[in-house]
Design a protein around this ligand. Structure first.
Ligand code: NAD
Length: 288
């Protein structure tokens, strides 16, 4: 680190609150070191209150950019100059790139999800997906999958605060992509079963299975799944969720937690800032 940082080091931030637990600084700084890139990545406690000043600092300090996480992913949008089309459709930003004072907002959660499947030689383009959840992760996944050519997405959500977002996602996908999206309440268990039966992939983006719900799974009956499908949980702590256990009982061939997505969303941001591919295999080995 001491050898690497000098007067020319380029700063990249992570602006969120709480954020000190994040693995992103370790991930990016190890990748910079491995490739000999003169960048440093630091986490900053930034709430909505500090956000305008923090974004102004990206400009005034000539930072290359920043990751943005909760509670700032939506609030940051009016403070930027441009939005990538996917970020515009998702309505959230997790990565900012500063090109000579022009700040562009991107979202890399969805591309990270799709790339994590590609890393496993899995291609869901032209297929049907059943997706639980329409929060930050669920929205990014649905929009990117639709943009990338997934044929049909059936979204299930609880009739909670995110229901309106789920409706919005379906409307956006149907209006702006070739994918056909439909929404059902998670209460409709028979529908959930029949939609999964027709899908190449079931993805849970609800966080059920993560603390404090680590003993829970939205699906407890292994007969919901087929052996030849993909079951993907965006949760990565714990590494094996209840949903994954149910899928394994069913003998599902491809069962994943959210680690690959987490790594790849970081890799997409890394590429946007540096123009260079993150050494994903090295980081995977080092951190996981
Ligand atoms: P969020 O709060 O924005 O959305 C939560 C979603 O889950 C909503 O659709 C909500 O309706 C639903 N939900 C919440 N509690 C529920 C319950 N008890 N039963 C049914 N549905 C419920 O959260 P988010 O930011 O989208 O994160 C969701 C999960 O995805 C978290 O576990 C998070 O760690 C994970 N995530 C992973 C990555 C990754 O890279 N692997 C990236 C982002 C988020």
């Amino acid at each position: 680190m001491v050898e690497r940082i000098d007067g020319h080091t380029i700063l990249i931030g992570l602006m969120a609150y709480p954020i000190r637990h994040s693995m992103s600084p370790t991930m990016h700084n190890n990748a910079f070191a491995k490739l000999g890139l003169n960048y440093a990545y630091l986490a900053f406690d930034v709430t909505n209150k500090e956000l305008p000043g923090a974004i102004a600092a990206i400009r005034s300090l000539g930072m290359r950019g920043s990751n943005i996480s909760m509670p700032n992913k939506q609030k940051v949008i009016p403070l930027l100059d441009k939005l990538d089309p996917a970020a515009e459709m998702v309505g959230a930003v997790n990565t900012i790139v500063n090109d000579n004072g022009i700040l562009t907002g991107y979202t890399t959660d969805g591309t990270g999800f799709m790339q994590s499947l590609a890393d496993e030689n899995l291609d869901i383009r032209g297929e049907k997906m059943t997706l639980a959840g329409a929060g930050g992760a669920g929205t990014a996944i649905a929009i990117q999958a639709a943009l990338d050519g997934v044929k049909e997405i059936t979204i299930f959500n609880a009739q909670d605060a995110q229901w309106a977002q789920a409706k919005k996602n379906v409307a956006t996908i149907n209006a702006q992509t070739k994918c056909h999206a439909t929404l059902y309440s998670l209460d409709e268990q028979a529908k959930l079963r029949s939609e999964i039966a027709e899908s190449a992939i079931y993805c849970d983006a609800t966080g059920v299975g993560m603390k404090p719900l680590q003993e829970m799974s939205l699906i407890t009956d292994s007969t919901f799944f087929r052996k030849d499908m993909i079951v993907f949980d965006t949760v990565y702590a714990p590494r094996e969720t209840k949903l994954m256990q149910v899928a394994q009982q069913a003998g599902v061939a491809h069962v994943f937690n959210g680690l690959g997505m987490m790594l790849e969303q970081g890799a997409q941001a890394f590429k946007l800032w540096t123009g260079v591919a993150m050494p994903v295999d090295y980081i995977h080995e080092l951190l996981f």
